[in-house]
Design a protein around this ligand. Sequence first.
Ligand SMILES: CC(C)(COP(=O)(O)OP(=O)(O)OC[C@H]1O[C@@H](n2cnc3c(N)ncnc32)[C@H](O)[C@@H]1OP(=O)(O)O)[C@@H](O)C(=O)NCCC(=O)NCCS
Length: 385
Amino acid sequence: MHDQWKAGLEDVIAARSAVCAIDGAAGRLFYRGYEIGELAGAVPFEDVAALLWTGERPDAAQAADFRARLVAARGLPAPIEALLRSLPRDCHPLDALRTAISLDAALDPDVADSGALANLRKSFRLMVRVPEVVAAWHRIRSGRAPAAAVSSGSHAAYVMHLLEGVAPSEDVARVMDVVLTLHADHEFNASTFVARVAVATLADLHAAVVAAIATLKGPRHGGANEDVLRMLQEIGDPAKAEAFIEARLGARGALSKAERANPKARVPGFGHRVYRVDDARARVLRGMAKSMAEATGRARLFEVAERVYDAMKARTDLPVNVDFFSAVVYDALGIPADLCTSIFAIGRVAGWCAHAMEQYADNRLIRPRAEYIGVAPRRLAAAVA
Ligand SMILES: CC(C)(COP(=O)(O)OP(=O)(O)OC[C@H]1O[C@@H](n2cnc3c(N)ncnc32)[C@H](O)[C@@H]1OP(=O)(O)O)[C@@H](O)C(=O)NCCC(=O)NCCS
């Protein structure tokens, strides 16, 4: 073995990909060459998904076809609704989603076919099934029936309709559209990498997406936006933000490295493996969080977030990440803390499918090595004697 081991594979090039590029030093992100700040809000999420999957922005006919295929996939299968109804009410939304997508595999007519066309068909279905499950579980656990599928409206409007049971305003649909685009892909983040590892064994697309959902849950990854919203709610008052951050960061001085690694000893929404400065997504979300919070009478939570941001910037050089201000946007959309990571999944499934299809198209088993640091070879006989 030649290469030096890197903890957490930091900066290791694990594969080649044409889907997404990150410039960590400059805080820039590109989908298929287009900068995220240019795409978000200007190009509808459906076209962004088409771009990620095919490599090019769709022309008008292709865009209409893409939307029609998404709409055709709408409608939660009855066995999935029955499964959700059987879950304990306190089941975490991401656990419900992971479980339901496993069942969706069993119901999918193409589950055993990993050919390119079958994978495309399954990708459309997964794009729709993920928000349908997320919303259905949220409604069921709060004593409401899942909203019936509708055949009109954009994908983002459908997501809000499923959650609320009524068509959203244009403004709300536009905010959700931008949120989905901002979360759609992010190179070799943990959940996407896991999806590619699963695909590389030639496991099917549903298996890869289930593995990705499982990985997204952790507080080092998508789970952080749930923690952000809880933290902001706990702080509650902008005047208390400074002292909260001071106390949390100050306490770290007395902790061991292992104790400092505990998510509860960190400030969620800050720090990133690749970015050294605030990234473009966070900048877009910060602006949206402000206007949304003001429009919905939740400006206080945004103010708390701003004071936390200032306190972190005054004390650390950690960049703010996508999970921080997205939590404020989710709150303004009426999304509770434990549902935040599931909304992330509704956007990211586009990227999981894009990477899975890229991996299938040019595949080699992903099977790295470990540097062995255990006990040197020894004899059982000698030990027994
Ligand atoms: C994202 C994250 C997992 C990246 O981790 P990483 O590249 O492995 O970096 P490390 O965990 O090695 O952290 C490097 C140092 O910065 C500190 N640090 C990183 N993020 C921090 C945070 N949010 N709050 C306080 N300290 C932080 C670490 O404690 C560590 O210092 P230490 O060794 O003295 O304890 C990490 O920044 C983090 O846990 N952030 C909070 C959770 C979060 O927002 N996740 C969403 C990511 S999009």
